[in-house]
Design a protein around this ligand. Sequence first.
Ligand code: DO4
Ligand code: MG
Length: 286
Amino acid sequence: MFKLVRFTNPKGKVAVGLVVSETEMIDLTDAGITRMTSILESEDPVARLRNVVTDGVDRIKIESVHLLPPVEDQEVWAAGVTYLRSKKARMEESDFSASAYDKVYDAPRPEIFFKSVPSRVVGTGDKVGIRMDAKWNVPEPELALVFNSRRDLVGYTICNDMSSRDIEGENLLYLPQAKVYDRSCAIGPWIVIGAQEEEARKWEINISISRNGREVFTGSTSVGQIKRSFDELGGYLFRSQTFLCGAILSTGTGIVPGDDFTLAENDRIKITIGGIGTLENTVIVV
Ligand code: DO4
Ligand code: MG
């Protein structure tokens, strides 16, 4: 498997890199790769990356560079109520919308909503936002699927679908406000290329939230708990809709903190997905 990163290189230019060990990466600029999308759109991204010469190329410590979100021109969309846990939590959150969540879990058509334009996505190490007019805010740790323009599933990454549960629970028509605002979408740390769905379904998803150095919430689930196949989700996203540069589709959350939990400013959120890595962000009020 290959891990593809975007970062700012020492010359201040946005570059694409390949992770070559736990702690190191190489800059792909000299290999003629300056856009992640060129790999994702190639006939065979795995073969393309296999041909990259890594021997003798200078290694860069990953911790020494600023990683950017692994998103260029791809819109971010998100699926919802794909885990039983998400359906249950949302039905409890709102009498008003309970039957909608109940029905969509079993309906042939999944819930899919728009999450972010590429330029508003934040990466690992960046701040994520909680709305100043919301009282009940949570992170949603999700596996995200990376599709190219031909709807080939070419990679995987991590998405934090930050959500305001009180706004969402008040009225379903407020969903876009609960889901789309400044810094509400974090993606990273990189895109993993070369894993099949069968393998990805074995990955664990873990989240840890710390406040003033103390862990205040942990949770875990498995990608295998997602009710729908990746092909089904991608099929609905691309139905009657063209993505010239491909798209990222977050697959929904299976971890929902208890009803007494809400995020606070300066909380540190760490989301780890086996097979990918860790997306880490600190919370600010926006
Ligand atoms: O409709 C509510 C949003 C669902 C969601 O984001 C999820 O299940 O992850
Ligand atoms: Mg979600």
